[in-house]
Design a binder for this molecule. Structure first.
Ligand code: CA
Length: 447
């Protein structure tokens, strides 16, 4: 989406207004209000699961584990007991005994799944490292190729759902490298292991029940019922509950098949997902902007919404010095604080956020969608001398802030709005720019 195009479309549409909060109830992964909080941050240190099959960051951002929780007392026999207990619960929810027994035939406790689950927060990336990979030359070129190869399909999807095809392709590119890595874990085995595991059993038991319903519906054969270690399935990594509410049969063969090599159903399902969450066609997710000297950094806050023409009055303009068109109300996002790139972000940012709440993911999708339609790289520099804080360092920062009277309320290693506000207050107290960026430099000053 180039800005010129957007401006033209906007003019044709007669302008647009900022919608209210998007419906947070439908999304690939269940997220709590706390998760949403985490993403509403000026800081985007992204937890990433290695290896990089999917670029989905912060799979479940609220979940932060310490190494000691790696110790698991799970056993295969305990797992089998759990399946026995679970069976009547599944049957009460409409799963037939035959489908259940076939689905669970030979299913084993998968310790590797639990290791992945526990390790999520151990790997962190800065936003610039994340974006280097999200919008790498290879991913941009493959995205352009996908747009060409599937042009006719994507045009039909765009017309039917009113969702720009480049954003659908960008999600495809980040979730599975355009279908290359759709996940090879057996969905039932992974979800059963996670449901048996005590950490988040209610969430995963719900996913498991829905997975069994999918199997029972005949949309997919057991042999093809594959996904990520966490049960995200197909080209664009839907979890079972999202599949049940939003997947569509686009090619009309009677099956909602997001697993097959043909991406038609998966891409249409993704467009449907974005449409149902309020996508505004032809509108930007965000625009890179220039922040003027003397800017009041406390205005860089997701809750402060103004029209771009109003932001322009205080000097926030695009990188060519031009006013950003009034695509709708926008807030200022500084994902790496005052020393990194700045964006005006719009309603479609919130819509992408329903797919994954991490700022880095949303910017990654938006930027990749811009790149595959011909836009250039992000032009501002990032503070590349910074590194991501470790989990322990994030907790140390919270402890030090709280001890100095800047209460973060929680010492949980998650950089959410409370921590950002505490960082801002600390920055103001020492005469620094209050951008709320929880950097290593701030930690050093706290020490
Ligand atoms: Ca189909």
């Amino acid at each position: 989406m180039r800005i010129g195009v957007i401006a033209t479309v906007l003019a044709m549409m007669g302008g647009a207004t900022q919608a209210g909060t998007v419906d947070q109830s439908i999304r690939p992964l269940s997220r709590t209000a706390q998760d949403i909080e985490v993403s509403r941050s000026a800081v985007s240190l992204v937890s990433v699961v290695a290896p990089q099959n999917s670029l989905r960051p912060n799979l479940r951002p609220a979940v932060v584990q310490t190494p000691e929780t790696l110790i698991s007392t799970a056993t295969q026999s305990g797992f089998e007991d759990w399946i026995e207990d679970f069976r009547p619960r599944a049957l009460r929810q409409g799963i037939s005994a035959d489908v259940f027994d076939r689905a669970f035939s030979g299913v084993q406790y998968d310790a590797a799944v639990i290791r992945r689950d526990r390790n999520q927060s151990e790997f962190t990336k800065t936003i610039w490292d994340y974006l280097d990979s999200a919008a790498s030359d290879a991913r941009v070129n493959n995205g352009k190729a996908a747009l060409r190869k599937h042009g006719s399909l994507l045009n039909r999807i765009e017309t039917q759902y009113g969702v720009d095809k480049d954003v659908v392709v960008a999600i495809w590119g980040l979730e599975s490298a355009y279908g290359t890595f759709r996940g090879s874990n057996a969905v039932i085995g992974s979800l059963a292991t996670l449901a048996y595991d005590a950490r988040r059993s209610d969430f995963f038991e719900e996913q498991l029940i829905e997975a069994l319903k999918i199997l029972q519906s005949g949309d997919v054969r057991l042999v093809n019922f594959k996904g990520s270690w966490a049960g995200a399935m197909g080209h664009t990594q839907f979890i079972p509950t999202s599949y049940q509410s939003l997947a569509v049969d686009f090619d009309g063969d009677g099956k909602r098949d997001i697993w097959s090599d043909d991406p038609a159903d998966a891409l249409a399902s993704t467009a449907n997902y974005l449409a149902k969450n309020g996508w505004a066609k032809g509108m930007p997710w965000g625009v890179e902007v220039r922040i003027p000297q003397g800017f009041d950094y406390t205005l860089a806050n997701r809750d402060i919404l103004r029209m771009p023409s109003d932001w322009a009055k205080i000097g926030i303009v695009d990188l060519d010095g031009k006013e950003v068109p009034d695509h709708g109300s926008a807030s200022v996002l500084l994902p790496a604080g005052a020393k990194g790139a700045a964006f005006l972000i719009f309603k479609n940012f919130d819509v992408i956020e329903t797919y994954n709440t991490a700022d880095a993911y949303v910017i990654g999708v938006g930027h990749l969608s811009d790149r595959i339609t011909g836009a250039g790289p992000i032009r501002s520099d990032w503070p590349r001398e910074d590194r991501a804080l470790t989990f322990d360092e994030r907790k140390e920062m919270q402890r030090l802030l709280t001890a100095k009277g800047f209460d973060t309320k929680k010492i949980d290693g998650k950089i959410g709005p409370l921590t950002i506000n505490a960082v801002r207050a600390f920055q103001q107290s020492i005469g620094d720019i209050p951008d709320g960026y929880a950097s290593l430099n701030i930690l050093k000053k706290l020490r």
